[in-house]
Design a protein around this ligand. Structure first.
Ligand SMILES: Cc1cc2nc3c(=O)[nH]c(=O)nc-3n(C[C@H](O)[C@H](O)[C@H](O)COP(=O)(O)OP(=O)(O)OC[C@H]3O[C@@H](n4cnc5c(N)ncnc54)[C@H](O)[C@@H]3O)c2cc1C
Length: 490
């Protein structure tokens, strides 16, 4: 008997690799026709385009997985670093470029927003770095945090954790450090990287700014889906059996233990189950009613989003990633989280896929991915997304009037693709100072043999965190099985 992994998203693939690398027999069942989950791609007019993540941070987490499979990351995927990486467009027509080297970004901010803004960004990044270095061991790498564990860490850890501004919100610390409103918006947007509200998210999330601006962000040649296929290749080489188009219907529980997964009426007995499906799906559809309460599902869902791909006439000055801010950025958070409605005047993010990921282009145009944040559990006020995106992008000069939308996915279709999630992209949002403690742990304590891997479990959403989630689930499972594992903490 081996282990069943449900879902071939980033968390599921990572768990499968770590388990198989320890000698555990793994069957991975994926409902969809491809691996990757949200890191998916579609073929449009003969060109493959990304429909999910467009930016990779913390590549060393992926590197650790390839290493577990005996490969160097450079043999598995080709990391791409376009420069400038990002261009931010403001309503007053100012633009700010972000580069890979922090010093280049600071110089660019000084040139666009003035030397005082650059100094403030520098100060904020110093804080963000301190938060990352003090908190990542407890909140990202390693088991899910608990208050009891924090109490046992001892004075050194307490001293370091006391300096992460846990009592403040992300917006508080941005405003403490930065006066320029435009720079505040740039930093506030990092809250959306896990679908959260900058006004209530803990200051700990400032670390995302350091992770992207300080540690760096990459594309992957061939698109982010190529990371998923490379991980799947590694898993197969380690002996993992990946079954596509095989939705698991339910998990069988016997005497408080997960004992089997059932697909198409076929029962697969196992020693343990790692669930990469969203915890909300596990709760609502996979567990028997009597065992559901073993899983905590947060009511604070993260945001969903509309995604479209334009066939855009090439422009020389197009940048890999661009962000077009609205007149009043903070209103977007009030709409999303306060009124639970589509932002009246949303921010639009674009990714020129051929520049960010070396994606192919059409003869007459390049694929430009566009994204607008929206609430999960789509309210009735669904706008004409296509018209909204086109209007704003043409007005800002990022698209030509004739550029065609060739593919789109609405929050409603995202919700259909990922059942029981309401289309939430990143699991639970970090909406309060205690979110990290409320997120489901990777080991389900009240149900033996059940483990969670993916964005709705510890340490949360985003590609590297989901990969880490899968690794942590595997480490805990292997330890429970009494097998040894070469634990690589980071
Ligand atoms: C539009 C968009 C943009 C994003 N941008 C970024 C970005 O730039 N950078 C970044 O780091 N992150 C980004 N993210 C987030 C990132 O993609 C996700 O956090 C991550 O990929 C989720 O991985 P996961 O492990 O949670 O699995 P998921 O991707 O949620 O996959 C779960 C898998 O489980 C399968 N499954 C579910 N139920 C069953 C069942 N019953 N039986 C069998 N299989 C099942 C599903 O089919 C799916 O394949 C973005 C996401 C989206 C949608």
């Amino acid at each position: 008997m081996g282990v069943v992994v449900i879902g071939a998203g980033m968390g599921g693939l990572a768990a499968a690799i770590e388990l198989a690398a320890t000698g555990v027999e793994v069957d991975l069942f994926e409902a969809g026709p491809r691996v990757g989950g949200k890191a998916d791609e579609v073929l449009v007019d003969g060109v493959a385009v990304d429909t999910g993540p467009t930016l990779l941070t913390l590549p060393h987490v992926a590197a650790a997985l390839f290493r577990a499979g005996g490969r160097d990351i450079s043999e598995a995927v080709d990391l791409v670093r376009p420069d400038p990486a990002f261009r931010y467009h403001y309503p007053d027509r100012t633009t700010v470029d972000v580069h890979h080297a922090v010093d280049d970004t600071l110089a660019s901010v000084a040139a666009s927003l003035g030397p005082a803004a650059a100094e403030q960004l520098d100060a904020h990044l110093a804080r963000a770095r301190r938060i990352w270095e003090a908190s990542s061991d407890y909140f990202v790498f390693g088991a899910a945090p608990t208050f009891q564990r924090i109490l046992t860490l001892g004075p050194r850890a307490w001293w370091s954790l006391a300096r992460i501004d846990a009592h403040k919100t992300l917006w508080d610390v941005i405003c403490d450090d930065v006066e320029d409103e435009r720079l505040r918006w740039l930093l506030a947007r990092y809250a959306t990287y896990n679908g959260s509200d900058v006004r209530t998210a803990p200051a700990t999330l400032a670390c995302i700014a350091w992770v992207e601006l300080g540690l760096g962000a990459w594309g992957i040649r061939g698109g982010m889906h190529a990371l998923a296929t490379a991980l799947a290749d590694t898993a197969r080489q380690l002996g993992v059996r990946i079954h596509l188009d095989t939705p698991v219907e339910r998990i069988e529980v016997n005497a408080d233990r997960a004992v089997a997964a059932v697909h198409a009426g076929r029962r697969v007995a196992c020693e343990a189950v790692v669930c990469n499906a969203d915890a909300a799906h596990l709760y609502a559809s996979l567990l028997p009613e009597s065992s559901r309460d073993a899983v905590r599902v947060s009511p604070d869902t993260s945001t969903s989003g509309w995604v479209g791909v334009f066939r855009a006439r090439p422009q020389d000055d197009r940048v890999a990633h661009e962000v077009v801010f609205p007149e009043h950025y903070l209103d977007e958070f009030a709409d999303l989280f306060g009124h639970h409605r589509t932002p009246r005047d949303p921010t639009i993010y674009t990714c020129a896929l051929s520049r960010a990921h070396g994606r192919d282009t059409w003869d007459d145009g390049e694929p430009v991915f566009a994204m607008i944040n929206a609430p999960a559990h789509a309210p009735d006020d669904q706008p004409d997304w296509k018209a909204l995106a086109r209007h704003r992008l043409v007005r800002s000069g990022l698209l030509d009037r004739d550029d065609r939308l060739v593919w789109q996915r609405t929050p409603t279709s995202l919700a259909r693709r990922f059942p029981d999630t309401g289309g939430a992209i990143y699991g639970a949002a970090s909406s309060s100072l205690f979110s990290a403690f409320r997120r489901p742990a990777n080991r389900v304590h009240k149900l033996h043999g059940l483990y969670l891997a993916g964005g709705s479990a510890h340490p949360g959403g985003g590609v590297p965190l989901c990969l880490q989630s899968g690794r942590q689930a595997a480490f805990e499972l292997v330890s429970d099985l009494g097998l040894s594992h070469q634990l690589v903490a980071k």
